[in-house]
Design a protein around this ligand. Structure first.
Ligand code: PLP
Length: 560
């Protein structure tokens, strides 16, 4: 692993190939590069204000570190490397730019790219007035090492390799990349852009830094961690290269809110949630690829190791236009060498992909606009909750409130309600379940109300349900006003980890936020049965009430 990087004996220091003026200059000495703060330090050195700009602001008044220590540590845990090997940047794009600026003498040096590939390498080189040389990928869209060797010369400073490659979606052959590292050990950097590696069935090349001093790996939170808006990426390299990059990099590239959010994203909990979501994307990608096979306009779907598909079609411009007319934007890649009539399609949500497939099959979609999908994000000091419902799909149902029995109950609502429900909750369970239970119900109620829209075509109504000795009666009306009548006398104070006095609260919050009248009466002897019957019965009543039975407003008033 890179943690044990030794200085290779013949590392005639690839960094000596950097621009001479960059080698000669000292880094900018920023306000935070000299002193590490501790509680007693009085900072009067950077003309900052000694108070926060608004109530609730945290750490906004002071300049951040160029490489914030806590974020370095989190990234080192993520990538299993040590601090001196990473440079954190505003996305991988900025890392590309810093590499070019550090190494390419304007008007003299060149870089090599392997098209069809990602556009930013050439963009950054052109801005630096470095020549862009092209060594096209071979017929299988893999590296053509021989061609690369013919393309380079003594002024070649960087060879960019994108793996998995954007837009062809395939991994590059590992042995060929390492061959390049060896061939150019003392003359050029081999920069491997691994933006999409988390979606591939493959290991990162980071451990190869041990053997190759000219290797640089790029990673980013943009794609694999669903955080393109955050602007946070990282270059992993040997420490001499890292040092150069940090000379070229701005003194404060990472705003404090970015650092805080990146730390949340890199926490163990988010990482495991994101890994599960990436697996969903991969599954969906494979399903979509399979469905394409049956579409007459699609000539070929290229194998993908990423979160997008490259498809060859009969007429790329026509498909893009047809999709645009239905509100779906694709990326036509036909301008790239070897990609005539090729279109790149990102793997979106299940509904997105259904809508896309409908257009490809020549069905006009009202499908998407017609789906009753809603996401509600609710954040307070006590809980952070995300609820997503799709009233017109039965799956997925995925619930994680942190309260096992409550998950089980919300699952009943979704299953018996016949709709897709995803809930994630990060709540103050160390205090008690109260806030999490109530806030999830509030957010769920809101999501259902918003998803129902103008309620055109829905029914309104109720359900009886026995469960062993228990019996529940549920009546529900989405009349636009809120009323709760809840009648239960639970014998026990808890079912599992859910306090039973929270059950009426849940239905109160649901009814209030759905703007519905809700009557629930339950009788029985076993608390578990009684509680579960309430949730099941509510789900069943909901199923009837939300089902579209036509296009009528279910009220003589004309609106609800
Ligand atoms: C999207 C993309 C990037 C840009 O990443 P940021 O971290 O958002 O700057 C870099 N490389 C490739 C191959 C990409 O597709």
């Amino acid at each position: 692993m890179a943690k044990t990087v030794k200085t290779a004996p013949n590392s005639a220091m690839i960094s000596q190939r950097a621009r001479p003026e960059i080698l000669a200059m000292g880094g900018y000495v920023s306000a935070r590069s000299i002193e590490k703060s501790n509680r007693d330090t009085i900072f009067l050195d950077a003309n900052e204000c000694a108070f926060e700009p608004f109530i609730g602001a945290q750490n906004l008044s002071r300049y951040p570190e160029q490489q914030p220590t806590a974020l370095q540590e989190a990234i080192c845990r993520w990538l299993d490397v040590s601090k001196r090997h990473i440079t954190i940047t505003r996305g991988a794009d900025e890392a590309i730019d810093c590499l070019v600026r550090a190494f390419c003498v304007p008007g003299q040096d060149n870089i090599v790219i392997c098209p069809p590939t990602f556009a930013m390498y050439a963009q950054s080189a052109t801005l630096q007035n470095a020549e862009v040389r092209q060594a096209k990928l071979d017929k299988t869209f893999d590296l053509d090492v021989k061609l690369i060797n013919q393309t380079t010369d003594k002024n070649t400073k960087i060879i960019f390799v994108c793996s998995p490659n954007n837009p062809t979606a395939n991994l590059m052959n590992r042995a060929r990349i390492l061959r390049l590292c060896a061939d150019y050990a003392e003359t050029a950097l081999v920069v491997v852009d691994e933006t999409y590696v988390e979606f591939a069935d493959s290991e990162s090349l980071i451990p190869c830094l041990d053997a190759h001093a000219n290797l640089v790996i790029l990673r980013t939170l943009s794609k694999s961690h669903a955080a393109a808006g955050l602007r946070c990426g990282v270059a992993v390299a040997r420490s001499d290269v890292t040092g150069l990059l940090q000379k070229v990099l701005a003194p404060y590239p990472l705003a404090q809110p970015v650092v805080d959010a990146a730390l949340t994203i890199l926490s163990a909990k988010s990482q495991s949630v994101l890994a599960a979501k990436r697996r969903d994307i991969v599954t969906r990608r494979n399903q979509v690829a399979a469905s394409f096979a049956a579409c007459p306009d699609i000539v070929e779907v290229l194998p993908s190791d990423a979160n997008y598909l490259l498809v060859r079609v009969k007429d790329a411009a026509d498909l893009c236009e047809k999709c645009r007319a239905s509100g779906i934007i694709l990326r036509n890649q036909s301008h790239q060498p070897g990609l005539e009539n090729s279109v790149r399609v990102s793997i979106g949500s299940d509904e997105d992909m259904q809508a896309f497939l409908a257009v490809v099959r020549g069905e006009t979609i009202s499908a998407r606009t017609n789906q009753r999908v809603e996401t509600v994000i609710r954040k307070t000091n006590e809980t952070a909750i995300s609820v997503r419902v799709n009233l017109d799909a039965a799956a997925p149902v995925r619930i994680n409130t942190g309260i096992g029995f409550y998950d089980h109950m919300l699952d009943q609502i979704a299953k018996h309600g016949g709709f897709s429900l995803e809930i994630e909750c990060d709540g103050d369970l160390h205090i008690d379940p109260h806030h999490s239970v109530e806030d999830c119900a509030i957010a769920l109620g809101q999501a259902i109300r918003l998803a129902l829209g103008d309620k055109r075509g829905i029914g309104r109504y109720g359900f009886f349900l026995p469960m062993d000795e228990s019996q529940v009666k549920v009546a529900l009306d989405f009349g636009g006003r809120f009323y709760l009548d809840f009648n239960a006398d639970f014998p026990e104070s808890h079912v599992g980890d859910l306090p039973t006095d929270m059950v009426p609260h849940v239905f109160y919050s649901l009814a209030e936020n759905m703007q519905a009248n809700l009557h629930i009466a339950v009788t029985g002897e076993n608390t578990h049965h009684m509680v579960e019957a309430c949730f099941k019965g509510f789900g069943r009543a909901l199923r009837q009430a939300i089902r579209r039975e036509g296009d009528e407003m279910p009220s003589t008033k004309g609106s609800l």
